[in-house]
Write a new protein. Structure first.
Lengths: 251, 328
């Protein structure tokens, strides 16, 4: 498959919700992304795979505005969003669950969730969102008045995802949701990602656990040192020799 | 005893304190009323500083300057311009808020110790200006201020001053409570906890940080203006960096990010020295020792200790995990 080919052009269902075109992102003088292009069709789950330092997290940060790209464009629902502050981007419907969760440690679980709905001014909406999140994550309902900093790693990850759900995003950016979690918890988290997707949220997923990611995703992109080296639908990638050797642990 | 009974009893301490404060003037002498009035002034400052430092996480050693700006603005408007007292106080508070907003702008990129340094510099500059702009401030001579009056009613006795400050401080306490329970308060807390995450939730960092500076300065300027009328004399030497440190001490001892802490901390700093006055030469030593012991055994401040014990023994509230940090 040619470099940077997007599944959107391969007759994918749904229109492109997010279109990333040739973005180049720098940390100081170091170029982390060297021209990345891909599309996320509405209603899909798209996985970004790759080794450490390939630029997966940077790609998400470039989309959500935490580290704006220097060149290239990001379009969301037909509007350009590159260069906007992240506070504006979240209001347009993109929620980012960053690597390392970035919770509010000294606020309670409930307060953390309510912060997720900060951009929502309708109180009843917020309440409904809260009920939805607590249905996805019963443990968060149980721990509602506990400080976020006292939760276990898995619970913190659930809270981070739950908080993003509270914003009722059209697109959720998930960065390494399985990082540091026990296999059973990984299963649980991916189950919930499936539920969130089923309720109508498009998901862009960054994972080191390529097997797991491709098993839920519709499409996958493989990043290597700041460029996309491979793209295709998940089944294709799961069969691809290079992917199998490099990322799925097959010899 | 069930949760419900506890919930119902929650307002009881407030009622007791309220009745006590209203009845106090009938039982005590003028000196105690004067001390209490000073306490209210410090509570106002502590509320303002806690909103900025305790809730929003922005350290300030500039609050002596805000206090001075409020005091001098009110004094100049009253003495040189002959404005009515109410207008003097309101104008002084608003003017100080504007100064706070403007100081907040260049401070947006600073945090922690660097912000402390910048605001410390602000205190030094303002104090120097009080001395140098003698045309307006009367320089090192200081300024006399006549008692405030509203529609012919003059706040010239300790009794009247006490009630004036009791009403203003209580009102501003309620305002602060509503503020922190609302959207603004949630934005403040989110900024303190994690700036990047706050922004990712849709909080406009620059906007809310400068708002925090402005509101904090408003409280402090209001306290300064009232203090000018209460004390009746402004001495520029008073508005030094040491005063800023006193303010910070109040909220750390009382409890960062706690309104109750602002009140308790001010009580510690103002009332305790009075109680220890009988110790004569040992006063400073015992006072210092109590301060050290308080911060060692109550790392969350007085209000944190109360909250912790309420959680441990009564099962109400949330157990704190780590001490509120001053910038990070």
């Amino acid at each position: 498959m040619p470099k940077g080919d997007s599944p959107g052009t391969n007759g994918a269902p749904g229109q492109s919700l997010l279109t990333v075109d040739g973005i180049e992102t720098f940390y100081g003088g170091i170029q982390a992304l060297k021209g990345i292009s891909f599309k996320v069709p509405a209603g899909s789950i798209v996985a970004l795979l790759g080794a450490n330092g390939a630029g997966k997290s940077t790609t998400l940060k470039s989309i959500s505005g935490l580290v704006p790209p220097l060149r290239g464009t990001v379009a969301f629902a037909g509007r350009r969003i590159d260069g906007l502050p992240s506070e504006k981007i979240v209001r347009m419907g993109i929620s980012h669950v960053p690597e390392g969760r970035e919770l509010f440690p000294e606020l309670t679980v409930l307060e953390n969730l309510k912060m997720g709905a900060y951009i929502r001014t309708d109180k009843r909406e917020t309440q409904r969102g809260l009920e939805r999140v607590q249905a996805h994550f019963p443990i968060l309902a149980e721990r509602r008045s506990q400080l976020a900093g006292t939760l276990s790693g898995g619970e913190q990850q659930m809270l981070a995802i739950g908080r993003a759900v509270m914003a009722q995003p059209k697109l959720m950016l998930l960065d390494e949701p399985s990082l540091g979690l026990a296999p059973m918890l990984v299963e649980e988290i991916f189950g919930i990602i499936g539920e969130i997707h089923a309720s109508g949220t498009t998901i862009l997923l960054v994972e080191q656990n390529a097997n797991k990611a491709l098993s839920v995703a519709d499409y996958g992109y493989v990043l290597e040192t700041g460029t996309i080296s491979l793209a295709g639908d998940s089944q294709q990638l799961l069969q691809d020799d290079h992917v199998r050797r490099a990322y799925l642990g097959h010899r | 005893m069930g949760m419900k009974t506890l919930e119902r009893l929650k307002g009881l301490p407030l009622v007791v304190v309220g009745v006590g404060l209203l009845a106090l003037p009938s039982f005590v002498d003028n000196y105690i009323l004067y001390v209490m009035t000073r306490l209210f002034v410090y509570v106002l400052v502590a509320l303002g500083l806690n909103l900025l430092t305790g809730y929003t996480g922005q350290v300030s050693l500039g609050h002596a300057a805000f206090f001075a700006i409020g005091a001098y603005t009110a004094a100049v408007l009253a003495e040189s311009w002959r404005w009515p007292s109410v207008l003097c106080v309101v104008a002084a508070a608003v003017f100080t808020a504007v100064v706070g907003y403007l100081l907040g702008l260049p401070c947006l990129r600073l945090s922690g110790l660097y912000l402390a340094m910048a605001t410390l510099g602000f205190t030094l500059i303002v104090q120097e200006m009080l001395l140098q702009l003698a045309v307006i401030t009367h320089g090192s001579e200081g300024m006399k201020v006549r008692p405030a009056s509203i529609l012919g009613f003059t706040f010239d006795s300790d009794y009247r001053k006490y009630f004036l400050l009791l009403v203003v401080t209580t009102s501003m306490l309620i305002v602060a409570r509503n503020l922190i329970r609302g959207r603004t308060g949630r934005a403040f807390l989110a900024i303190r906890e994690n700036e990047r995450a706050a922004e990712a939730m849709g909080v406009n960092l620059a906007q809310y940080k400068t708002i925090a500076f402005a509101i904090s300065a408003l409280y402090t300027g209001l306290a300064g203006a009232l203090s000018a009328f209460l004390v009746g004399f402004l001495d520029p030497q008073e508005f030094s960096v040491f005063l800023s440190i006193q303010f910070i001490t109040i909220i750390i001892l009382g409890g960062l990010g706690s309104l109750l802490g602002s009140v308790l901390g001010a009580g510690f700093l103002i009332i305790l020295p009075e109680l220890l006055a009988g110790l004569d030469v040992w006063q400073a030593l015992v006072y210092g020792l109590l301060m050290v012991l308080t911060i060692i055994f109550m790392p969350y401040g007085l209000s944190g200790a109360i909250r912790r014990h309420a959680y441990r023994w009564l099962g109400v509230g949330v157990e704190p995990i780590v001490p509120r940090r001053l910038g990070h």
